[in-house]
Write a protein that binds this ligand. Structure first.
Ligand code: AVI
Length: 324
């Protein structure tokens, strides 16, 4: 019985994946959803991207936490009150660990609650943190961000502090980000905080290099989407006939990545056939960059007040602290 249920879930996940891929590839221009980057190989490639010199975002946010952890704690808990530190999509915890260790050293009473869709990711994170920071009170929660947040806001009188780091908001469309952040605002209580990591507009060459590294890791990350579709949806993309192509528009702040078809070609996906013309792009991801004014407008639109904008020494990135 259980096996049947699991199989049903797997089948329906696959059906949704297939439907979204075919809808995207039958659109004009062609698109593929970036959420499908993150299978096991995609996770490992993204980990490598975060360690690249060109991908300045990780080090900039690390520096902000390292240099300004005292002020961050002061904002979160001005009178030493206890809180829940709830992180959406926690990853490997590389940057968050700086804050966790500092808060513990200051004898703050807090519970770290990383939320992720992947139980696997949470198990890995818990294991690492138990080894590295044995005194940490950690309660990983698997599931949809909002279901967990809703449960938390009703279950505890403690202040909730939400972390949404790494410029993940940049992967949303403007409509999606307004909806997502307004939903957070609706689910938290007056006086709770959101700290959101956002990549700023800067020299277009710097941004482009971050999405087109010399070692070709980002290209591999983008092309992995085709490998994944081949494996999981019985398709026959030839990834060698596609080229990773990012471009940055300084007016909109969008760095858009695409895969360009190097020749006229037909690709089979399940029972469907997709035609691609030579030089036709498949849009795969948007990584939006913001000005401070755009961040302030976004916060106001979603019902938050900004209490501080913490930036790195180059002014590349900001961790903006918002209050409900
Ligand atoms: C996860 N996200 C914030 C990354 C970004 O910068 O948009 C994903 C990424 N894509 C290419 N490089 C990194």
């Amino acid at each position: 019985m259980i096996e049947t249920l699991e199989n049903t879930t797997i089948t329906s996940k696959k059906a949704v994946f297939l439907k979204e891929v075919l809808t995207g590839l039958n659109s004009v221009p062609k698109t593929l959803p970036s959420k499908y980057f993150y299978d096991k190989i995609g996770d490992a490639l993204f980990q490598q991207i975060m360690e690249l010199d060109e991908y300045y975002l990780t080090q900039a946010e690390f520096e902000i936490f390292d240099q300004q952890k005292k002020q961050i704690l002061q904002e979160f808990s001005p009178n030493g009150e206890s809180f829940n530190l709830v992180e959406f999509g926690a990853g490997d915890g590389y940057k968050t660990k700086v804050l966790l260790k500092y808060f513990l050293s200051q004898k703050v009473d807090f519970e770290y609650i990383p939320i992720d869709i992947s139980q696997n990711a949470l198990d890995g994170l818990k294991k690492t943190l138990n080894q590295e920071i044995p005194d940490l009170n950690i309660t990983p929660m698997q599931g949809d961000y909002f279901q967990v947040l809703d449960r938390l806001s009703h279950a505890t009188s403690k202040k909730n502090i939400i972390l949404f780091l790494g410029s993940n908001i940049g992967n949303f469309s403007p409509t999606e980000s307004t909806k997502f952040l307004s939903q957070i605002r609706a689910d938290i209580n007056m006086g709770d905080h959101l700290m959101i990591g956002i990549d700023l507009k800067k020299d277009p060459a710097k941004i482009l290099a971050a999405y087109n590294d010399q070692d070709g890791i980002t290209a591999e990350f983008n092309l992995n989407l085709l490998h994944r579709i081949n494996k999981e949806l019985d398709a026959n993309f030839n990834p060698e006939q596609f080229k990773h192509y990012p471009f940055y528009n300084p007016i909109t702040g969008e760095c858009k990545s695409s895969l360009i078809s190097l020749q006229d070609q037909e690709v089979k996906i399940g029972n469907s056939t997709i035609h691609l013309s030579q030089w036709e792009p498949i849009h795969t991801e948007v990584s939006r960059k913001f000005s401070l004014k755009e961040i302030h407008d976004l916060a106001a639109r979603c019902g938050f007040c900004i209490t501080s904008d913490l930036s790195d020494r180059h002014g590349y990135f900001v961790d903006s602290i918002w209050k409900a």
